[in-house]
Design a protein around this ligand. Structure first.
Ligand SMILES: *[C@@H]1O[C@H](CO)[C@@H](O)[C@H](O)[C@H]1NC(C)=O
Ligand SMILES: *[C@@H]1O[C@H](CO)[C@@H](O)[C@H](O)[C@H]1NC(C)=O
Ligand SMILES: *[C@@H]1O[C@H](CO)[C@@H](O)[C@H](O)[C@H]1NC(C)=O
Ligand SMILES: *[C@@H]1O[C@H](CO)[C@@H](O)[C@H](O)[C@H]1NC(C)=O
Ligand SMILES: [Cu+2]
Length: 208
């Protein structure tokens, strides 16, 4: 996956205490569901809580880290709200390039993944180069982390194995960016065995 992370503007300026600021991954600004949790929706097969349409690439290609972007291409600033997740087959290997954008402004985003540790293969400044930068991948002794500070105006490449079924959030860990929508979630499907199948909710799960 190639995933942009950064700020933007909301189409709904009054949504978040009047601030027009928004934030997104691949131009999808995440909104938590209110009627049911993501995990319950997955377990009980309830549709309409999330959409499995989080894209593997940004909908628009642009010069991601060019500071002039806000003036040159103001139409890129608006990021729509949704509850979009990425569905993964059990045990699949996920490689993700996290690319910071200069929309509104370049900023550090400590990207945190629930449930999994990932390997950090490479990091750099500017736009990720799919031809040159894979040569920098550390496939020998990469760091194992659950959070990666994507370099300001730069990129980081991570890899993990989706071997834990359930719904797992991936989000920027800055308190101010999370409610702005800098998040998505992975829905990891069940595996072939009982051990790789999501157990039912506990009987004492609090009810709304
Ligand atoms: C959800 O759908 C799956 C696949 O069709 C099925 O195996 C499972 O039993 C369903 N779960 C519930 C709680 O209905
Ligand atoms: C940013 O984009 C503008 C317009 O395309 C271009 O002239 C400029 O060289 C770019 N800046 C950098 C640092 O690449
Ligand atoms: C995000 O999506 C909106 C609505 O489709 C579009 O206007 C905007 O240009 C997109 N921005 C980027 C950075 O893809
Ligand atoms: C998941 O992948 C690992 C490593 O390839 C393999 O050892 C294991 O058997 C797989 N698990 C299942 C349930 O397929
Ligand atoms: Cu952030």
């Amino acid at each position: 996956m190639f995933v942009t992370v950064g700020l933007g503007l909301s189409v709904c300026p009054t949504c978040l205490n009047g601030t027009p600021l928004s934030a997104s991954m691949n131009n999808y600004s995440f909104v938590n569901p209110t009627s049911l949790s993501l995990l319950q929706a997955f377990y009980f097969n309830v549709s309409g809580i999330y959409t499995p349409d989080f894209p593997d690439t940004p909908p628009v290609r642009f010069d991601y880290t060019n500071d002039s972007i806000n003036i040159l291409n103001p139409s890129l600033l608006i990021t729509p709200k949704s509850t979009s997740v990425k569905v993964l087959k059990y045990n699949s290997t996920v490689e993700m390039v996290l690319q910071n954008t200069a929309i509104i402004g370049v900023e550090n985003h400590p990207m945190h993944l629930h449930s999994f540790n990932f390997h950090v293969l490479a990091q750099g400044f500017g736009n990720y180069d799919p031809l040159k930068d894979p040569k920098k991948f550390n496939l020998v002794n990469p760091q194992s982390r659950n959070t990666i500070a994507v370099p300001v105006g730069g990129w980081a490449v991570i890899r993990f194995t989706a071997n834990n079924p359930g719904v797992w959030s991936m989000h920027c860990h800055l308190d101010v960016h999370l409610p702005l929508g800098l998040a998505t979630a992975f829905v990891v499907e069940n595996g072939p065995t009982k051990e790789s199948t999501l157990p039912p909710p506990p009987p004492d799960l609090p009810r709304c």
